[in-house]
Design a protein around this ligand. Structure first.
Ligand SMILES: Cc1cc2nc3c(=O)[nH]c(=O)nc-3n(C[C@H](O)[C@H](O)[C@H](O)COP(=O)(O)OP(=O)(O)OC[C@H]3O[C@@H](n4cnc5c(N)ncnc54)[C@H](O)[C@@H]3O)c2cc1C
Length: 504
């Protein structure tokens, strides 16, 4: 029996390795890129030693993450990097754990407010997360201080860095979700990918093999690659990202890189599912310094979007919620005209000096900023100028001096043990890359990802199946979801063929 797996990310590798374990001999993994791993990609820094994960970094939900359990069994490396958040405002400096403001407490109340709106009442219409938090401020303003009105919703915006979407784009209903345990940072995902790939015979994996067609012919599925080769198999497991698969349902995308023409077309449930879901744009920028000369007080720092000192008065003075919403929309529009800067949105910096002892920050950003920064690509000077004010604010609040530009060369007379000298910047390209077209599934107001997940879980037909982070509820959007979905589809095929796993 033969199986073709499309895509060598976590889902594809897990599916292929499981099928191999079940004794399936004829497996072909077709991968469009020149590397395996997909949205798992470990790179080295300017000194050739430091390592960074440009895609996923964490094992989430570690109380019930089967990939994480397997990593524990085989001695995989990771670190629980739990820490409290340091919040930095452009004007005010640090606003975290301030007993006068109690922003963390208000943040928790906002989450409860969302929960009551969407999960304890029926029929509350989904709106953007920005609108929901504004409504909270409007309704509870008499119980909040001016500082709480000004800063609390900016603190709540750290959730943008979970979903990879700006709060104007993010579904309020979908914003909060229960964590099933702590997060452990993988050290590094490249090793996890390699470990699983080693379970598959090398000749089974073909790189630079972009699939362009999947056709049902009698009892077989025929897969065509860009270079015209055809492969025929009994089963096919498609693991390309949601953003790539979605191209298949649109006629106008026929010439897009990565698009797969399905014959017959993707079934009606799958097509309908795509109408109710979007794709997020999480991106990362790594700032590498010569030496660590700032505080290791916390590994988690968020620079907040800046707010006007008139905002609290505006919230208090509005005669209706609509009036408040219009005035916030007007100031957002005015800000947009001024052009982007690093204080328009929250940014999340992981202080790797504390986590793993390297003199670097890993910064997470969200769409639409990600598209903007990733389009700058390798222009390190430009990227540095954009983020410099946020980096300087971090240094100022973390007992460091202003950042010195050492991208081309370390300036003379500067002592890198006392002054943060920036040596290198690495920018991701997930939104630019045609084989990812973004980061992972995300919901905009009105979306319901479940429709697509259920449709993909059921498959196109008994022999054309789907796996990937976008095809599963438990672990949705994450590496563990991708892993479990690959396992699910391999076990489905094995069950159809009445196979038992071979002894280890
Ligand atoms: C910046 C970022 C941060 C993240 N952080 C985390 C995190 O901390 N924790 C977490 O759990 N998850 C995180 N994720 C999500 C996680 O990386 C993904 O959910 C997971 O890796 C997806 O695996 P997959 O196998 O479903 O898809 P992919 O890894 O995308 O694999 C699909 C493969 O299909 C290939 N392909 C595409 N089109 C074709 C074609 N036409 N023909 C052949 N091959 C094709 C692609 O090249 C790719 O290799 C993050 C993602 C990003 C981008």
């Amino acid at each position: 029996m033969s199986v073709i797996v499309i895509g060598a990310g976590m889902a594809g590798l897990k599916a292929a390795s499981t099928l191999h374990k079940y004794g399936v001999k004829d497996i072909k993994v077709l991968e469009s890129r020149d590397r395996i791993g997909g949205r798992l990609h470990t790179v080295t820094g300017f000194d050739g030693v430091r390592k960074y994960d440009l895609g996923a970094s964490w094992h989430h939900d570690t109380l019930c993450n089967d990939l994480f359990f397997e990593e524990c069994e085989v001695g995989g490396k990771f670190i629980f990097d739990d820490d409290f958040f340091i919040y930095i405002d452009q004007e005010r400096g640090r606003v975290d754990r301030d007993p006068e403001m109690g922003l963390e407490i208000i943040d928790r109340e906002i989450s409860k407010f969302a929960d009551m709106e969407y999960y304890q009442k029926l029929g509350t219409p989904d709106v953007s997360f920005q609108e929901l938090t504004l409504r909270y401020l409007y309704e509870k303003r008499q119980f909040l201080t001016d500082d709480q009105i000004r800063y609390s919703t900016q603190v709540a915006r750290y959730l943008e860095l979970w979903h990879g979407l700006d709060w104007k784009l993010m579904s309020a209903k979908d914003t909060y979700f229960g964590h099933q345990g702590r997060n452990a940072m993988a050290l590094y995902y490249g090793d996890v990918v390699e470990r699983i790939a080693k379970m598959i015979p090398g000749e089974c994996i073909e790189l630079n093999a972009e699939v362009q067609g999947i056709k049902r012919e009698k009892s077989k599925t025929v897969v065509t690659t860009k270079d015209g080769r055809q492969f025929s198999a009994d089963y096919c497991i498609v693991t390309v990202p949601q953003s790539v698969l979605e191209l298949s349902v649109k006629d106008e995308t026929k010439k897009e890189t990565g698009r797969i023409e399905f014959t017959p077309k993707l079934n009606a449930n799958i097509q309908a599912g795509f109408d109710l879901v979007h794709f997020g744009g999480m991106g990362k920028v790594i700032f590498e310094f010569d030496q660590t000369c700032w505080s290791k007080e916390s590994s988690k720092l968020v620079t907040l979007a800046s707010t006007s000192d008139k905002f609290a008065a505006e919230v208090r003075g509005s005669k209706s919620f609509d009036e408040l919403r219009s005035s916030v929309n007007a100031s957002d529009a005015a800000q947009a005209l001024e052009g982007r800067n690093c204080w328009n949105q929250p940014l999340y910096f992981i202080n790797l000096a504390k986590t793993v002892g390297t003199a670097s920050f890993m910064m997470l950003m969200q769409s639409p900023l990600t598209e903007y920064i990733e389009a700058m690509g390798q222009d390190q000077e430009k990227v540095f100028e954009f983020f410099r004010p946020a980096l300087d604010a971090i240094m100022k609040n973390m007992q460091g001096k202003p950042v010195v530009n050492g991208l081309a060369q370390v300036p003379e007379g500067v002592d890198p043990s006392k002054t943060p000298v920036l040596r290198n910047i690495i920018v991701t390209s997930w939104t630019q890359d045609k084989y990812s077209r973004g980061a992972y599934t995300a919901c905009r107001p009105g979306d319901d990802a479940l429709e697509m997940i259920v449709a993909l879980e059921q498959g196109q037909s008994p022999s054309v199946r789907f796996a990937g982070e976008h095809t599963i509820v438990d672990g949705a959007g994450g590496v563990n979801g991708a892993w479990s979905s690959g396992l699910r589809e391999a076990e489905y095929v094995a069950e159809q063929l009445n196979l038992k796993p071979a002894e280890k």
